[in-house]
Design a binder for this molecule. Structure first.
Ligand code: SDX
Length: 434
């Protein structure tokens, strides 16, 4: 075993420092001892967008971007998507191990028990304009839940955290469905506790006058798989938001609302909605080359392509493509899939994308399935937020248990003016500059 240290020589002072290397990192605080003058602050690292900075230790999700590997608690995503239900995977992500039959039964009952939202929260939703974007409604309503459960501020109590975690996982589909029903002017459908997690979600979305909603099992299973694929993804932008807000000991509802707000951005979870808009804008296969040229000229991005970590095919995109074929056997083929496949084919053969290692990510195909299932593109990111709530809350719980963690408070490189003073004649109410 080689000496696990990094020796740094500061050429300003010709002093050398030996910093320990642990888990492939050096601690940024170990750099502070490196000073040119005794009263210097000491060296910091400068890492906009955290391109090369580990912010935490986490045992939840492992990604190897070069090899296109994604595992939840050590299990490959391909195995989990094929052989588990979403609630099984949610239990795994939250607890670190897959549930026994008895544990799964109790877990399902617990989540099912908490699917309803308070009637005042339902009325809160009714206050939105008819054309309010569902993500704006979701973020606001999740934040509003903090007023329904004031005890949630007791974030240091593990049992209290567990109750709020179950409430949020259980209520996300209900709130999501209500945003959808609101946008259509349809009455809200209450949860049906005889149905599974995704079948009940479909019930609250699509039940009309029939006495009992019958979910198509192929579509229910497809949603289950899509939820598994979206459940967690280590320190992505929205999880970083969850951890940053949660580090101030804000309650989990407000932290989850902040995470959902981050997810809504078009560079993150909002990309799935933008992919459909991009495909509609391209319009037909024969116009793909022209669009690709616009992308290469830097005028537009190829939405659903590229990833900060994956420099190979996103394993989730591959599973989503397979799932699309299952869904289309029920819904009929979405013609946009053929355009997306052609776009992928052309892009993956083009030097611009090959050189930058740009591959389809999880958002490239998911929207095509959702649209085939009858969702409006405005709902796509809401569909991402439902399962990702499991990841956000698992990461938050891990944060609250981590003795190394404190309130997140980065430093900066100051680029503003040095000290200066107001003009001598400046008085209250008189502008400083004529
Ligand atoms: C998600 O982090 C996660 O894990 C996220 C996620 C999760 O599960 O939580 O996986 C979910 O957010 C998936 C990503 C969805 N977003 C999109 O599909 C939007 C389009 N993608 C890009 O905006 C971009 O690829 C990002 C935001 C995903 C990643 O951006 P990076 O890592 O900051 O890379 P970059 O912008 O520095 O790009 C590097 C180069 C640049 O070219 P050059 O300046 O070197 O010439 O690649 C180019 C970029 O212009 N590039 C693209 C591109 N993505 C990157 N060019 C065209 N189209 C794109 N989509």
């Amino acid at each position: 075993m080689h000496n696990q240290t990094l020796t740094i020589t500061d050429n300003r002072t010709e002093k050398s420092y030996s910093l320990p290397i642990q888990d492939g990192t050096i601690r940024a605080m170990d750099l502070r001892q490196i000073k040119e003058n005794a009263d210097d602050f000491g060296l910091m690292t400068y890492d906009p967008a955290f391109m090369n900075t580990a912010s935490c230790r986490s045992g939840i999700t492992y990604i190897d971007g070069d090899k296109g590997i994604l595992r939840y608690r050590g299990y490959p995503i391909e195995e989990l998507a094929e052989k588990c239900t979403f609630l099984e995977v949610a239990y795994l992500i939250l607890n670190g191990e897959l549930p026994t039959a008895a544990q799964l039964k109790d877990w399902i009952q617990l989540v099912t028990y908490h699917t309803m939202i308070h009637e005042t929260t339902k009325h809160f939703l009714e206050g939105f304009r008819y054309n309010a974007h569902p993500m704006g409604m979701l973020v606001s309503t999740v934040a509003a839940l903090s007023t329904v459960y004031p005890e949630a501020t007791n974030v240091l109590d593990p049992e209290n955290r567990k109750l709020q975690i179950v409430r949020l996982i259980a209520k996300m589909p209900t709130i999501a469905a209500y945003t959808y029903r609101h946008s259509l002017g349809f009455p809200y459908i209450y949860p049906d506790n005889e149905l599974g997690y995704t079948a009940n979600f479909m019930n609250m979305l699509w039940k009309m006058a029939e006495p009992k909603y019958a979910a198509n099992p192929v579509l229910a299973r497809a949603l289950d798989i899509l939820f598994i694929l979206h459940a967690d993804h280590e320190q992505n932008c929205s999880t970083n938001a969850m951890r940053a807000v949660g580090s101030s000991q804000a309650d989990p509802y407000l932290s989850t609302a902040a995470a959902a707000a981050a997810l809504s951005g078009p560079l993150h979870g909002g990309a799935n909605e933008q992919v459909l808009r991009m495909l509609d804008q391209i319009g037909s296969k024969d116009r793909i080359p022209e669009y690709i040229e616009h992308v290469k000229a830097g005028k537009v991005k190829l939405m659903g392509f590229g990833h900060r970590v994956y420099k190979n095919y996103d394993p989730r995109a591959r599973i989503i493509k397979w799932t699309a074929e299952q869904v289309f056997q029920v819904t009929g083929r979405n013609p946009r899939l053929d355009m997306a496949l052609e776009l992928e084919k052309i892009a993956l053969e083009d030097e611009y994308f090959v050189k930058r290692k740009l591959y389809p990510n999880v958002d490239f195909y998911s929207g095509i399935i959702y649209q085939a299932m009858g969702f409006d593109p405005k709902m796509f990111t809401v569909l991402f937020a439902i399962p990702r709530t499991v990841g956000w809350l698992s990461q938050w719980d891990e944060l609250m248990r981590d003795a190394e963690q404190k309130i997140a408070r980065p430093r900066q490189i100051f680029t503003g003016p040095a000290e200066r003073h107001l003009p001598a004649g400046k008085t209250l109410g008189v502008a400083a500059v004529a």
